[in-house]
Design a protein. Structure first.
Length: 326
């Protein structure tokens, strides 16, 4: 059995709430519409989501703070598994780094596997990268990712799965092209089986969450394809005239389930700069690596050459060749 297949089988046993893809959706929605609503009519809602980092606004790897309408910048997206801890000290199920260039109106996206073995900054130890949030919240997570990839993390956004389902329902669901027949358990209390049949299907929030997290019948690659489908479908739906007039309801769902250090003004700048952004403008990068078991604990060990390549692509996109962590 290949290492990839072995890794997939092990990961199937873990929490059904992992890989909360919808964090990507949140940022896409900020870029194409939510920022306009927040800045114009929803300032109070945006205040509920705002949380400044301990470091302040500027990354230690920056000579000066970025101007979101002019400079390339980065956003770290966190899907936090906090249902078992009452909202405190949860681990990150999903870590997705998004870099955006407002001049070229392009974006790059890379998902960091939750089991990636890295140095946890502030703990002086090697551990799974998803533990950083449990130890020190968004600040420790950001410091750890900055050290791992040697690039500044300018902004972050943290979300839970209730926000995802609420937004999908608010935009009237999404249409996807199901690749084959399969089923997945609902995350709701009833734990019912949701059936998916090959071909076009309309999904509500509960169904969409099950669709993007299913892993039992195909691979990580298949799951990534389904996630991209939902990204594209949600992007199209959010840009529709009908849903642009419903941004207040969408904001209601987001405000109670999201935390970010993006201000209302910055959200508005995002909307103005990235109105024309679509999925074709987002380049997806992927980590490669192998399984490792150290002291009986499973880790994902990324390939050094692959990490170096991703670092360079992100640095170039951010126009940030010189850093202090070399």
């Amino acid at each position: 059995m290949s290492k990839n297949k072995s890794r997939i089988r092990r990961r199937r046993k873990r929490s059904l709430f992992r890989n909360l893809f919808f964090l990507i959706l949140f940022v896409v929605m900020i870029v194409v519409g939510y920022g306009a609503y927040v800045a114009v009519e929803g300032y109070q809602a945006s205040k509920k989501t705002y949380n400044e980092l301990e470091r302040g606004k500027q990354s230690a790897l920056r000579d000066k703070a970025v101007e979101i309408s002019k400079d390339p910048f980065s956003i770290l997206l966190m899907g936090v598994e906090d249902y078992s801890t009452g909202g405190e000290h949860g681990r990150t199920d999903t870590l997705i780094l998004l870099t955006l260039d407002p001049q070229k109106e392009t974006a790059k996206m890379v998902s960091i596997p939750r089991d990636t073995r890295v140095e946890i900054i502030g703990r002086d130890s090697m551990d799974k990268i998803n533990h950083a949030h449990a130890f020190g919240g968004p600040d420790m997570t950001i410091n750890t990712v900055e050290s791992f990839l040697d690039i500044p993390i300018d902004y972050y956004a943290k979300v839970n799965f209730e926000g995802f389902k609420g937004v999908i329902n608010e935009i009237g669901g999404v249409e996807v092209d199901v690749p084959f027949d399969f089923w997945e358990y609902s995350d709701e209390v009833n734990r019912k089986k949701i059936q998916f049949t090959e071909g076009q299907m309309e999904l509500d929030g509960e169904e969409a969450l099950a669709y993007v997290r299913m892993r039992r019948f195909d691979s990580d690659f298949g799951r990534s394809d389904r996630q991209r489908q939902v990204i594209n479908a949600a992007l199209d739906k959010t840009l529709s005239v009908k849903n642009l007039f419903k941004l207040d309801e969408i904001a209601d769902h987001l405000s109670g389930n999201i935390e970010t250090n993006l201000t209302a003004t910055e959200l508005f700048s995002l909307q103005k700069k990235f109105t024309k952004l679509n999925s074709a403008d987002i380049e997806n990068l992927k980590f490669t690596g192998q399984d490792a078991r150290i002291d009986g604990v499973y880790y994902f060990e990324p390939n050094e050459e692959n990490v170096a390549e991703i670092k360079q692509v992100l640095k170039t996109h951010l126009n940030h060749e010189n850093t202090s962590m070399e």
